[in-house]
Design a protein around this ligand. Structure first.
Ligand SMILES: Nc1nc2c(c(=O)[nH]1)N[C@H]1C(S)=C(S)[C@@H](COP(=O)(O)OP(=O)(O)OC[C@H]3O[C@@H](n4cnc5c(=O)[nH]c(N)nc54)[C@H](O)[C@@H]3O)O[C@H]1N2
Ligand SMILES: Nc1nc2c(c(=O)[nH]1)N[C@H]1C(S)=C(S)[C@@H](COP(=O)(O)OP(=O)(O)OC[C@H]3O[C@@H](n4cnc5c(=O)[nH]c(N)nc54)[C@H](O)[C@@H]3O)O[C@H]1N2
Ligand code: SF4
Ligand SMILES: [Mo]
Length: 697
């Protein structure tokens, strides 16, 4: 029996697992003991990865749609030439930007780098990723406050903090290992605080829960800042030496007296004061935010208002502190820096002349062939397809027919495309229904590459299972199309994931994310490596759990962190008489993953979760409307759509909200086409709605 260590490619924890393989089959999976992230633990999703052995069809070939609507199976070479030919033809006929790509934070570093190279550099067009649906707000917020998209914490900080504040974050369901680490916390009297309108699983297990009104976080955090400043609780030593714009910020938050906070959040004066005192009393306060913050109409400023509190109280760069964003997908951190979509490889702006020259030299192309501007954001791509401006789309490792906000807009777009390539491990996903080409690639268990987890740790994916006939990876598939496009010398240095990894190592040199000291072979079977890890200085960075900002130097030109703030906006979807309820959305259970294409990989999920869409309704609301557990309701959204759900009655949601798990396509039928203005991330948790009970047949 052979033991192969690899990385779980579901969530951003990037647990490492030891797969025991016999005769080409996984016979046992054990979370890697001693791995600094998950040390012998994992959740059910990682333990169930071996089910891909049976759920993913072996030896599949590409399929091309024929004139009569049927599919014809073709060889990989035919598939590559067909797609390459069509991409070029569309560009010639309709213009360079008439084709686009949508990528993901669930591929390896090497896979989205080569995709970004082919589509953004060589074909000079737009590629966005599902990272836009998830981490874009955090990325923009980090850049503004810290000067670079660099969350500074290490997971150890969860064990070292005396005051842990989770904001719009439900780790018990979404990041079980984060919760495991919280439970390992031995600091005497440490406090767990949750800020979430819903009494989420995490809120139910916390010491304090502040059930504020939806989208009122920004006003709450400015109010808290005002209380802290007025009471003289500012850490002046830190603020004076390490930050800029404090005076302006202090002046600005004067307009947020406690009454304003009470009015906006629905919390009492006593609750807000209690929270301010908890922050002040803590010696090591850490703030952790996730999608309840990132997915709003003023998400970037809200994320920054959290970082402002950390700066104000000097809770950064020390053990157990930080204004910390928790990442969602296994490699969202990698895609933010290396997908060539919103920044050059390694994080610089597209206009940075010195970086352009350096990067072009490393990857072996003419400088002019590097992408010249950030990609159009996701919503502009979908709008562009619906407007008939974009005619070709290459979609990989994401399922927007289900996950995109106001998802009927994707359904109509998919029907308008002349070329619609879907590259996935399951041809049954909703997005593949209207595709014109389907590329079946192998799952993570059969490929190699690198992931970067939420605390900046590079982690290896290594092939666990042998490949069958015709089985190729995403990397090889993209490379195949690249060659068929005639990229010639422009793709010569990209022959394998390992070669690509070496290019990216070189590219990262001198950047904040410098991982030039991480070698492919050394990463195999290792404890992973957090960036930065510069070549030649390995001994300085030998510690396995490192945090940034310990030296109090940030990545802004002045080296100081910035207070960034702005007057809160009007909610674009306030509750009204017509739409009196908030339509809150999020993760339903530990075993369910996003659009559920991979749920078949997870043990027990099929048995314990409902096949049909459901949502949660407050007990009082249900009683008033004569709705019982198991009844069906039709929900009418402010976006003009309606959909049917089964009701679960609970006191864990507020009277004014419905909570719909995202794992059913009905959920995003009802979410709005509305975005944060800086990050263009969808306001996924912000729709309003009304409902009617459906008579039982
Ligand atoms: N089992 C499982 N785990 C997952 C995933 C999965 O699909 N399944 N997906 C992964 C991914 S990609 C991501 S991004 C993460 C997401 O992880 P989380 O962000 O933790 O999960 P969500 O349930 O989307 O949202 C968290 C909370 O935000 C709250 N919320 C809604 N509106 C507001 C508001 O206005 N203010 C505040 N403060 N809170 C609000 C919701 O009530 C919800 O409890 O999970 C990752 N882990
Ligand atoms: N209302 C609402 N909507 C949301 C959210 C929310 O909180 N509320 N959250 C948003 C967030 S944070 C996210 S991250 C998105 C997620 O949305 P999606 O990315 O659309 O969801 P997934 O189901 O993870 O899709 C991944 C796809 O990749 C395929 N796949 C798996 N492994 C491989 C591989 O190795 N190669 C290839 N080519 N394919 C593979 C899977 O079969 C699946 O079809 O949803 C967003 N949508
Ligand atoms: S889904 Fe996340 S927590 Fe669960 S095993 Fe995978 S990486 Fe670990
Ligand atoms: Mo996500």
């Amino acid at each position: 029996m052979e033991k192969i260590q690899s990385t779980c490619n579901f969530c951003a924890i990037d647990c490492n697992l030891d797969f025991y393989v016999e005769d080409g089959k996984i016979v046992k999976t054990i979370p890697t003991p001693g791995y600094p992230v998950n040390d012998g633990f994992s959740c059910i999703k990682g333990l169930s990865l071996s089910k891909q052995q049976t759920t993913v069809k072996p030896n599949s070939l590409p399929k091309i749609r024929q004139a009569d609507g049927s599919f014809k199976e073709v060889s990989w070479d035919e598939g590559f030439s067909y797609v390459a030919g069509k991409l070029k033809e569309l560009q010639q006929k309709y213009g360079t930007e008439s084709i686009a790509g949508i990528s993901t934070g669930q591929l390896t570093l090497e896979e989205f780098a080569i995709f970004g190279h082919v589509m953004r550099n060589y074909l000079q067009t737009n590629v966005d990723g599902n990272t836009r649906l998830c981490m874009a707000s955090a990325a923009v917020a980090h850049k503004g406050t810290y000067g670079y998209d660099a969350p500074g914490y290490t997971l150890n900080d969860l064990e070292l903090s005396d005051t842990l504040i989770f904001i719009g974050s439900n780790p018990i369901v979404a990041h079980p290992i984060v919760w495991q680490r919280v439970r390992n916390n031995k600091v005497p009297g440490h406090k767990i605080i949750v800020i979430d309108p819903r009494r989420s699983e995490t809120a139910r297990n916390a010491d304090y829960h502040y059930p504020l009104k939806w989208r009122s976080d920004l006003t709450l955090f400015y109010t808290l800042a005002n209380i802290i400043i007025e009471n003289g609780w500012t850490d002046h030593d830190f603020v004076d030496n390490c930050t800029e714009k404090y005076e302006d910020f202090a002046k600005f938050v004067k307009a947020f007296p406690i009454e304003r906070g009470v009015e906006a959040t629905g919390l009492t004066k006593e609750q807000i004061l209690e929270l301010a005192n908890l922050i002040h009393d803590g010696k090591r306060v850490s703030f952790w935010w996730t999608m309840g913050v990132n997915q709003g109409y003023e998400a970037v400023r809200t994320a920054q208002s959290i970082m402002n509190l950390a700066l104000l109280t000097g809770n950064i760069g020390r053990p157990g502190t930080g204004g910390n964003s928790v990442t969602g997908q296994c490699n969202a951190m990698g895609s933010r820096l290396f997908s060539n979509t919103t920044c050059l490889f390694g994080g610089a702006d597209f206009g940075d002349a010195a970086e352009r020259k350096r990067i072009a030299g490393i990857i072996g192309i003419d400088e002019d062939l590097l992408a010249k501007k950030p990609t159009l954001p996701y919503n502009r791509l979908i709008e562009g397809i619906n407007a008939g401006e974009i005619k070709g789309l290459w979609l990989l490792c994401t399922n927007p027919r289900h996950s995109w906000t106001n998802n009927e807009t994707f359904a109509s777009a998919a029907k308008k495309l002349e070329l619609f390539v879907v590259q996935d491990i399951y041809d049954t996903i909703e997005s593949a229904e209207d595709c014109t080409v389907y590329f079946p690639v192998v799952p993570g268990l059969k490929k190699e590459g690198t992931y970067i987890n939420l605390e900046r740790r590079l982690s290896p994916m290594r092939p666990v299972l042998p490949r069958g006939e015709n089985e190729i990876s995403d990397y090889e598939c993209i490379l195949g199309v690249a060659k068929a496009l005639g990229m010639g010398p422009a793709i010569e240095r990209w022959e394998t994931p390992r070669a690509c990894f070496d290019l990216l190592r070189e590219v990262s040199k001198g950047r904040p994310c410098d991982f030039s000291g991480v070698k492919w072979d050394e990463l195999t079977g290792s404890h992973g490596r957090q960036w930065p890890y510069p070549e030649g200085r390995e001994s300085e960075f030998a510690d396995e759990q490192r945090r940034l900002y310990e030296d109090h130097k940030f990545f802004t030109p002045s080296g100081k962190a910035q207070f960034v703030f702005e007057e809160p906006l009007e909610n674009p979807y306030p509750v009204t008489e017509e739409f009196p309820l908030v339509f809150n959305t999020g993760r339903g259970s530990v075993g369910q993953w996003h659009t559920q294409s991979r749920t078949k990989e997870v043990k027990f999920v099929e048995d314990v979760s409902l096949k049909k869409a459901y949502l949660y309704m407050n007990t009082k609301r249900a009683e008033e409307n004569g709705v019982n557990e198991g009844d069906e309701i039709e929900v009418y959204s402010v976006n003009g759509q309606h959909a049917r759900f089964m009701v679960k009655v609970t006191d864990n949601v507020q009277y004014g909200e419905l909570f719909a798990p995202i794992h059913y396509i009905e959920c995003n039928k009802l979410t709005p086409s509305n975005y944060d203005k800086y990050s263009r991330e969808p306001n996924y948790k912000g729709a309003t709605c009304r409902f009617e009970k459906v008579g039982k047949e």
